[in-house]
Design a binder for this molecule. Structure first.
Ligand code: NAD
Length: 322
């Protein structure tokens, strides 16, 4: 476990970043967060303030509000950083199709600035958030790290490009780095544009849900605490340096099955419309996590049934407190 370290989390106010922050702050680490609170979805800043208030912290944490595209963003960091978790990115496959330039600009330049900072300030380790979207439509499943990379959205291309920069800095500057390819992450503080959170809200509001395609497409839904485990394991393990790992649950279900499970938890009348598949959506995501299991001792612990219950309870609480 990372303990008493100086840690920088980029994108630390976002979904996965805030869950990582919550875990690391409990272990007496000093955390710096860089986040520009972009307006991709609303309520991020309020939610982040509520989180820090509920943790009753002020001394072990520093927030730099600003954009990583600007390399001066790092100028007020005066301590030596042991680990950078680079999670900041403009997420959203569908959004990236309409906003290719913005997404590539944001994600690629941010990553290069983080890596430049790391080599110039002797940062101990960089863990980079990548995505299963780099594979595109799978040729075989489960998908291992050697699977061909055929990204089908500007977002996925930007994540692949980020990995390649990480690899370059790792080889040329001997910077200890790893990239982790996350599979459809869900859980408390989840992004409102993602299926599970969206479906739960719509069903609770008595509204229709839209399923893209025939709903038979499988998704390797992965609970956020398992992703947080993987991030920390990669930061701690020297064998992970220079490597890329899939981080998924490796137990996918179809979107139809997911919707059945959500209706069962909420116990509500079904109201589903099937609509045309959206550009950028892949046919299947299914991770082979053998490498992460063997090298990092990564073990996803939260089954989809348990993860959905936890997510539903978080969403209910959130709606009640509004
Ligand atoms: P998120 O949008 O909730 O978090 C990203 C955070 O980064 C946001 O708070 C945003 O304000 C910040 N940010 C973006 N660009 C920035 C910039 N230029 N400067 C400063 N801050 C910036 O998204 P998330 O779901 O938590 O994703 C975190 C990381 O995980 C991303 O790199 C994403 O590509 C990757 N990922 C997520 C998933 C998933 O299912 N959620 C799957 C695969 C990969």
């Amino acid at each position: 476990m990372l303990k008493n370290k100086n840690i920088l989390i980029t994108g630390g106010a976002g979904f996965i970043g805030s869950n990582l922050f919550e875990r690391l702050i409990e272990e007496d680490n000093f955390i710096i967060i860089i986040d520009n609170f972009n307006d991709y979805y609303s309520g991020k800043e309020k939610r982040f303030n509520q989180l820090t208030e509920s943790l009753q912290i002020n001394k072990d944490f520093d927030l730099i509000k600003g954009n990583l595209i600007n390399k001066n963003i790092f100028k007020n960091i005066e301590i030596e950083i042991d680990v950078i978790f680079h999670l900041a990115a403009q997420a959203g496959v569908r959004y990236s199709i309409e906003n290719a330039l913005e997404v590539s600009n944001n994600n690629i330049i941010s990553t290069v600035n983080v890596l430049e900072y790391a080599i110039n300030h002797s940062v101990g380790k960089v863990v980079n958030a990548s995505s299963s979207s780099v594979y595109g439509n799978p040729i075989y499943t489960p998908v291992n790290e050697e699977h061909p990379k055929n990204p089908i959205s500007p977002y996925a291309v930007s994540k692949l490009c980020g990995e390649q920069y990480v690899d370059y800095y790792s080889r040329e500057y001997e910077l200890p780095c790893s990239s982790l390819r996350f599979y459809t992450v869900y859980g408390p503080r989840g992004r409102p544009d993602m299926a599970i959170r969206k479906f739960i809200n719509l069903i609770l509001d008595g509204k229709e849900i839209k399923i893209y395609g025939d709903g038979k497409q499988i998704r390797d839904f992965t609970y956020v605490s398992d992703i947080v485990d993987g991030l920390i394991l990669a930061a701690e393990n020297k064998k992970a340096y220079g490597e890329i790992f899939n981080l998924g649950c490796s137990d996918p279900i179809s979107v139809n099955k997911l919707v059945d499970k959500i209706y069962k938890i909420i116990d509500s009348e079904r109201n589903i419309q099937y609509v045309e598949t959206k550009k950028g959506d892949v046919d299947a995501t299914y991770s082979d996590i053998t490498k992460a299991q063997e090298m990092l001792n990564f073990k996803p612990k939260i089954h989809i049934d348990e993860g959905l219950k936890r997510t539903y309870n978080w969403q209910l609480k959130r709606r009640e407190s509004k």
